[in-house]
Ligand binder design. Structure first.
Ligand code: 9MR
Length: 470
């Protein structure tokens, strides 16, 4: 069983709490409160999506394709939300049930529904240890690495231009100890996460690329620190990452932490967007409503917290239905939690820029290459080779003078050819190649460096590449 499910079993109290008439009564009160809030705020939105949009954000939900024929469900979906995440339909087992044979039918239904109703889509999830098809579970080493790269390339290409943000890698860190989670993907090599991100960038350059995980809400937890260090390292080395998703499944075993805003701020200060991707809060009534309000307040306080997605519409749609963790009851009525979210969205006026970290961030020094003493530049590369393919990362380092443009020459061995390149423009696809800077990375300060990379089939280049300034 997935570890999140184990954690998610929550407290017996939360699970046995009855959804009684009290809740319906509170829902009634909630609707009155909503009406009052709307009447007093001229520009206040009357739905979650509209109110979030007024604050420059989105409000989304997980959607299950098989519920798109449920009129109550679709009515709430279309009225309230402007972002959707397919709950299971874009996962590896759903999209590539047999190796090399792709099935997009259910995911396409959700994407079409979203597009027809003016909603955007968060893609979930390209590479994950869980919900792999049987054939992938049985692979290892280079065969699995290649299968992952192909899967990401195929799925991200199929949805190219239709996805606001992809959860490229999901839940790759261990719950404790500050390290990676053991998995077949992890055993292909520690660089599997960055290879996944580079592959996704090459396939759909316009989509934001996110790392998504749970139990990364409390700033002091080892797992939060471990993900923070990875994102910091990726930013330092030019690995393409645009956002961090905090799933935020809250219950008594994994409660909303008082330092949640600090966590959001500290991730944002690394230069990535932060998104709350799978929010649900077990409980009921005022207690649950207050926590929902606090989460929304925290997101509004961090300008790079760009949106919130709840993990389902009605309590009965939830993967944790007995914990009644969502904004609508089983009949589709608004709960007090709904009103708290809407009122907080409407009240939240400020979106200050991200602040500097409020607690000392952990340090992780980016790899450094001593600058050469002369003018010009040098280049060096590292390669991840698997059977039949490779990813090479090239570091360009300026000499004693700043660079205003650079070119790196290297030769691909016979039979090898380029598949994707990021952060550089290649002169061709095989043999002797020159990679030139692109618009945003030609200027490198004296002694500074920048990185580009490429993915290819066949054998990776070896030797020392030649770097020329200008
Ligand atoms: O909500 C999803 C549920 O229907 C599936 O059975 C489950 C299987 O792993 O995945 C649930 O969604 C998970 C999400 O994809 C990743 N984060 C944890 C979510 C809850 O388990």
């Amino acid at each position: 069983m997935d570890k999140v499910l184990a954690r998610g079993s929550g407290s017996a109290v939360a699970r046995s709490r009855p959804r009684t008439a009290v809740l319906s009564m509170l829902a009634g009160v909630a609707m009155v409160a909503t009406t009052v809030a709307v009447a007093t705020g001229a520009s206040a939105g009357t739905t979650l999506g509209a109110s979030a949009a007024e604050k420059g954000r989105y409000f989304g939900t997980a959607v299950a394709a098989n519920k798109l024929s449920d009129a109550t469900y679709v009515g709430i979906l279309n009225r309230e939300f402007n972002m959707v995440t397919p709950e299971n339909e874009m996962k590896w087992d759903a999209t590539e049930p047999s190796q090399g044979q792709f099935n997009y039918a259910n995911a396409d239904r959700i994407v079409s529904h979203a597009q027809a109703n003016g909603m955007r889509v968060r893609g979930h999830a390209l590479a994950w240890h869980s919900q792999q098809p049987g054939w992938a579970q049985n692979l290892s080493g280079t065969a699995l690495r290649q299968a992952m790269v192909n899967h990401i390339t195929q799925v991200a290409t199929h949805y190219k231009g239709k996805i606001y943000a992809w959860d490229v890698v999901n839940e790759a860190f261990a719950d404790s100890g500050g390290g990676r989670r053991d998995s077949n993907l992890q055993r292909t090599g520690n660089d599997w996460i960055e290879v996944a991100f580079r592959t996704a960038r090459a396939a759909d350059p316009a989509a934001k690329l996110c790392y998504n995980d749970y139990n990364t809400d409390n700033w002091t937890w080892e797992k939060t620190q471990a993900v923070y260090n990875m994102v910091k390292d990726f930013k330092a080395r030019g690995v393409p990452i645009d956002c961090v998703g905090l799933q935020s499944h809250f219950n008594s075993g994994s409660p909303y932490p008082g330092n949640y805003r600090t966590t959001l701020q500290n991730f944002a200060a690394l230069g990535v967007d932060v998104q709350i991707t799978e929010l649900d809060i077990e409980g009921s009534g005022t207690t649950q409503a207050t926590t929902y309000g606090n989460v929304v307040k925290d997101c509004l306080a961090v300008s790079r917290c760009t949106g919130i997605t709840v993990w389902g519409i009605r309590d009965t749609d939830s993967w944790r239905a007995s914990g009644t963790p969502l904004l609508f009851d089983g009949n589709g009525n608004k709960k007090p939690a709904y009103t708290a979210v809407l009122d907080t969205l409407n009240a939240g006026g400020t979106t200050p820029p991200p602040t500097t970290p409020t607690s000392t961030p952990p340090t992780s020094n980016p790899p450094t290459t001593p600058p050469p003493s002369g003018n010009g530049c040098t280049a060096s590369f590292t390669t991840n080779q698997w059977q039949g393919g490779f990813v090479t990362t090239v570091r360009v380092t300026a000499g004693a003078a700043p660079l205003n443009g650079w070119a790196v020459a290297l030769t691909l061995p016979a039979g090898a050819s380029l598949v994707n390149t990021w952060n550089a423009q290649p002169s061709g696809t095989s043999g002797g190649l020159t990679f030139r800077n692109v618009a945003y990375n030609g200027q490198v300060g004296a002694g500074g460096s920048t990185e580009f990379g490429f993915q290819g089939v066949g054998t990776a280049p070896s030797g020392t590449p030649t770097c020329t300034a200008g």
